[in-house]
Design a protein around this ligand. Structure first.
Ligand code: C2O
Ligand code: CU
Length: 471
């Protein structure tokens, strides 16, 4: 992690992370005003993605680092960030998964004017939900996020679960050239039509993964954040027996992942608890098995140090619930949401087929209910009265996975392929498999126009995006 910022109740910065502390140490004779917002400057930088000191790569970064500064506040506290645009193009900051007022959501032309080059924008909102979130631009996201603009945003519970260590792994992958620079081929048609911009170099917290030293008996909370444009990770933790305690920031009944594999699509977060039960000297390898034939070792976990305890702790794994309103499924309005498009898909059929063919000739690639988003002004896909319950019955008629994200709300995932889900998990981004149907339910309780889109950023750019209206 490049640096860490902790807001206290009075809005003063508490500094964690020596690098950040050194960089922001007030000059003698000055002091940090109490109301000073965190400054978040997007600009060109160079970082060591490969972890080799002599090889740096050009990136676009917040405050010079990838990831950007860790923003950490306690639940209920205000977040105040002054975003400065040091790029040569417009940008915004979106607070992914945070239920902000609409005007703070960071969507250009929908919730705010884009921040011009050289301009700035003050984001201010309260941290209503505790959990693991992240921030990134919402302007030309494929390239801006793909070049390194993102950072973690952690809202601490008032009554957190007890752990020995709280770790963040912000996962990303990059398409690097042989010269060690980010490949310039953003926005190409092939990525847009297939599984997006999957890279060739995986990083954790902006650098090539290094072995992690652990101690027998230690309990670790591991916050996974997938910041990749398109890569899905499927992590096999070997004998570490991960327990999932939160999804997209929201607590879930603690449970082992299906078949022991932790699957995390772009933009999703998963909080794991890992109890280190190995003996000193032993090793475990965390492998990514997402893409068949391309499995690889991600991280080695080493029991290098003296045991912390003889056995693993049995402290509670239950996180306190966030203040989310329970949807009334019986009274909910149902909306059918069909995804079409991409290569190797089904024949497009029905009333929309001719229109979709025409939109494809005009450059679109993906459709939500027959419509590819293009340009900024969009008619709402659905309009919902404030406070009413809704079910989106999503039908993926493509041969690709899509992590579908709704802004301004968290939703319950209530069914997959017609089967009720086991944990009725709250999410803000749900990975929908090829040919799968997924039903989500929520109360439309946050007024405004909100984005609803695929978080494979190349799919979003090629039309897989809509607006839903609340109130
Ligand atoms: Cu993470 Cu619409 O975004
Ligand atoms: Cu998609």
């Amino acid at each position: 992690m490049s640096s860490s910022v902790l807001f206290t109740r009075r809005g003063l910065l508490r500094l964690g992370g020596a690098a950040f502390a050194a960089a922001t140490m007030p000059m003698p004779g000055t002091s940090q005003p109490a109301s000073e917002p965190l400054r978040l400057r997007a600009a060109l930088s160079r970082v060591h993605l490969a972890g080799v000191p002599e090889n740096s790569s050009a990136v676009w970064a917040y405050n010079g680092g990838v990831p950007g500064p860790e923003i950490r506040v306690r639940q209920g506290e205000p977040i105040r960030v002054r975003a400065e645009n040091g790029l040569a193009e417009e940008t915004t900051v979106h607070w992914h998964g945070i239920r902000t007022p609409n005007a703070m959501d960071g969507v250009p032309h929908l919730t705010q004017a884009p921040i011009p080059a050289g301009g700035e924008f003050l984001y201010e909102f309260d941290a209503v939900d505790a959990g693991t979130f992240w921030y990134h631009p919402h302007q030309r996201s494929s390239e801006q996020v793909g070049r390194g603009l993102y950072g973690p945003l952690i809202i601490e519970e008032h009554d957190p679960i007890r752990v020995d260590r709280d770790l963040i792994w912000m996962l990303d992958d990059w398409r690097m050239t042989d010269a060690g620079e980010i490949s310039d081929d953003f926005g190409n048609r092939h990525d847009a039509a297939h599984n997006g911009r999957v890279g060739n170099t995986v990083t954790i917290n902006g650098t090539s993964p290094e072995p992690v030293a652990v101690r027998r008996g230690e309990r670790v909370r591991l916050r996974l954040i997938n910041a990749a444009n398109a890569r899905i990770f499927a992590l096999d933790f070997g004998d570490l027996d991960p327990v999932i305690v939160a999804l997209d920031g929201q607590p879930v009944t603690p449970h082992a992942p299906a078949e022991g594999i932790v699957v995390i699509g772009p933009a999703m977060r998963i909080d794991l608890v890992l109890d280190m039960a190995g003996h000193p000297g032993s090793r475990t390898t965390v492998r990514d098995v997402a893409y068949q034939g391309l499995e690889y070792d991600l991280v080695e976990v080493r029991y290098d140090e003296a045991p912390l305890r003889k056995t693993v702790p049995d402290w509670s794994l239950d996180l306190p619930a966030n203040p989310l309103r329970e949807p009334d499924i019986a009274a909910a309005t149902r909306h059918k949401v069909v995804f079409n498009g991409g290569m190797m898909g089904q024949m497009m059929m029905g009333d929309d087929a001719a229109s979709m063919m025409q939109q494809m000739r005009d450059g679109a690639m993906w459709f939500i209910n027959g419509q590819a988003a293009d340009g900024h002004v969009m008619d709402p896909l659905v309009s919902m009265a404030l406070g009413t319950s809704h079910v989106f019955a999503m039908d993926n008629r493509t041969t690709w996975h899509h992590p579908i994200h709704l802004h301004g709300h968290s939703f319950r995932v209530i069914a997959r392929n017609g089967e009720p889900t086991r944990y009725r998990e709250w999410q803000d981004t749900v990975l929908v498999a090829p040919e799968e149907t997924v039903e989500i339910a929520f109360v439309a309780d946050n007024p405004g126009d909100w984005m609803f889109h695929c978080h494979i950023l190349e799919h979003q750019a090629a039309g897989m995006m809509a607006v839903v209206r609340v109130g």
